[in-house]
Design a protein around this ligand. Structure first.
Ligand code: FAD
Length: 401
């Protein structure tokens, strides 16, 4: 077993981490307060710096202008970027664009790649992914009302979606819609590219998350599709193959997310330690002298280290044995790391006292906006079920390990 950081990551991590610390952390509260639209100029300048440094779009092939990192290297990059809310955005790999780039690259036609993928990778366009519907349990996406009816050379899409992240200001959506209602449950839906300026595409609102609706990239849209007419050429991949494509999107996505969450954990733990060491509780004794705070710090450290090893092992297994072989590990890290992150953020807030729930530090933003980590890409309970069922298989009918 080799636990050393891969050679390529050893080269880029110090510079990337320094950039996140020196250029992104100092401005992120301003950007969140002013909004991504008002901060467009500032963000563009930061993106230009990243491009000049050669760290743009780490997950994309070099011929498209990316770094072409393998999954383990990208996992380590993702953790470093996770130390700022702006990290993935400024380095050209934010969700949901990153996942959309991956499926466009893998399943897109040459024309689709030219029209949508190239400008998306270049950061000249933004995109969103429109699957979940308010009327149906998103945990079971085989149940979907949004339909795409074939009329000659066009699809006519009707449906109601929500939690379409970053829809506000996006140039196009990749929409999941039923094209074969009589088909097998996992062969009913297709993925279709819909330019957001198509008549009938209606962004109803940005959904408030714990009171904050956000805007632009930092938002989650509710969308009505009313007789949205797009050419059949906008079909992504094969007809009725949306589920297979969605699985491709989720595999690496969970590694990216988990490592981003570890970046958040490290930041919150750093803030926790700093505050505990500085906060004078009287008679010259810092908060850090309290045993309960020491226990939180040590327990956080242990949980973060365990999480990192688990995620990197899952990434290694995907790279070496494929997604199918690693599906138990992927489910395991998805619920485990999300829970660890929420606990570490909560402890960091507690150590900061009242300051922790203000918008004067990043902690309250994390607390509100990262809570969704336990729900999206499969809620905790579904992943726990997947892991336990696979484990229990061996014990069925009196068997065992
Ligand atoms: C921040 C955020 C961003 C998102 N971005 C996108 C996006 O860009 N595009 C998109 O299409 N969707 C997006 N979603 C939606 C997300 O995919 C769904 O919220 C998710 O699939 C869960 O569906 P649901 O909300 O309908 O919950 P439901 O399916 O109604 O489930 C509710 C709860 O039931 C429990 N549960 C579910 N299944 C089981 C089970 N088998 N056993 C036990 N308990 C169970 C879980 O606790 C779950 O939280 C996003 C969601 C969030 C929170």
């Amino acid at each position: 077993m080799d636990f050393s950081t891969p050679a390529r990551a050893q080269r880029f991590l110090p510079e990337v981490s320094a950039f996140v610390r020196d250029e992104l952390q100092p401005v992120e509260l301003d950007v969140l307060r002013d909004g991504f639209t008002a901060s467009a100029g500032r963000l563009r300048a930061l993106r230009d710096k990243v491009k000049a440094m050669g760290y743009w779009a780490p997950h994309m092939p070099e011929e498209l202008g990316g770094m072409q990192l393998g999954l383990v290297d990208h996992a380590l990059m993702s953790e470093a970027l996770g130390h700022s809310v702006l990290g993935h955005y400024v380095f050209g790999c934010p969700a949901p664009d990153a996942g959309n780039m991956e499926i466009l690259h893998k399943f897109g036609s040459e024309a689709q790649k030219e029209r949508w993928l190239a400008p998306l990778v270049a950061g000249e366009m933004r995109s969103c992914f429109s699957m979940t519907e308010p009327e149906h349990a998103g945990s079971n996406p085989t149940r979907m009302s949004c339909s795409a009816r074939r009329e000659g050379d066009h699809y006519v899409i009707n449906g109601h979606k929500w939690f379409t992240t970053a829809a506000d200001g996006s140039d196009f959506a990749i929409v999941m819609a039923v094209t074969d209602p009589q088909g097998d449950a996992y062969r009913q839906a297709s993925m279709i590219i819909v330019p957001t300026n198509t008549p009938g595409f209606d962004l109803v609102r940005n959904i408030p998350i714990m009171g904050d609706a956000g805007e632009a990239w930092a938002s989650h849209g509710e969308i009505q599709y009313r007789d949205v007419r797009v050419p059949v050429d906008n079909l992504l991949g094969q007809e009725h193959a949306a589920f297979a494509i969605a699985q491709e999107r989720l595999g690496p996505g969970r590694i990216h997310h988990c490592m981003r969450w570890l970046g958040i954990c490290e930041r919150a733990l750093d803030m926790m330690c700093r505050r505990a060491a500085e906060r004078d509780m009287g008679e010259g004794k810092p908060l850090a002298s309290k045993q309960i705070v020491q226990a939180w710090i040590a327990e956080s450290r242990a949980a973060i280290n365990a999480s990192r090893l688990s995620v990197l092992q899952a990434a290694w297994k995907i790279e070496n044995e494929g997604f199918y072989a690693a599906r138990e590990e992927i489910s395991l890290i998805k619920f485990f790391v999300a829970e660890v992150m929420m606990k570490v953020i909560d402890r960091a807030i507690q150590v900061h006292g009242a300051l922790g729930i203000t918008s004067d530090t990043i902690l309250s933003w994390y607390y509100a906006h990262e809570r969704g980590s336990r729900i999206y890409d499969g809620p905790d309970e579904v992943h726990k079920m997947v892991v336990a069922r696979r484990m229990l298989k061996a014990y069925a009918k009196g068997g065992g390990k």
